[in-house]
Design a protein around this ligand. Sequence first.
Ligand SMILES: [Zn+2]
Ligand SMILES: [Zn+2]
Length: 244
Amino acid sequence: MKKFKTDLHIHSCLSPCGDLDMSPRKIVKKCREKGLDIIALCDHNSAENVAPVVRLGETLGVRVLPGMEINSREEVHSLAIFGQARQALAMQKIVYEALNGVNRPEFFGEQVRANEFDEVEGFNDRLLIGAVDLGLEEIVRAIHRLGGLCIASHVDRPSYSLLSQLGFVPPGVHLDGVEVSDPRWARGEGKGILKDLGLPVVTSSDAHFLGDIGRRVSFFLMKAPTLEEIRMALQGKSGRSVEM
Ligand SMILES: [Zn+2]
Ligand SMILES: [Zn+2]
């Protein structure tokens, strides 16, 4: 077994609120600098920058899991994390079919599709910051059907979180874990709340700027940097575990 330093929530320049400096190459280089073994690229409602980041990760020695951060009809953010890019792209198709509106870059920010040489490939003009017309339950089901994991984002935040929007996990919503932005909250005032949720807890950076990458990390004790091992670690199976 090995301890993998992991940040499962990183945005790129495709997210309207993501800094334009969050280009594929700069992201992966920063991850290396920070000693990260595994990351997940989770842009808002899109996986269009996943491919170059995965490829660069392979070259530079960082395991990049393809993902996205989906904003549900209830305005709950959750991370969809997959083992393979094609699964993330299949999820993106479902999300795009339920996502309306056009981006206003001057208001929300540019949504840049970039390649592995950090060149601009184009701009996404969907309203990626918007909520998709799918309930959290449908989203989690779709993620699972495609073989991914669903982790509720930043549950300790006062907006766009499971606890701020719903206050509980509705029956039928089978999350694989919850993310906290502040591990101190998890150990302090949030301790009882998290115990009641009864779900595995991770922390990650939710980086929108290069300097934020790796500011919060979780350590996964497991055999290999794969999604299946992460699943086992979240479930505490066969000696695998996760800690903040
Ligand atoms: Zn979020
Ligand atoms: Zn985020």
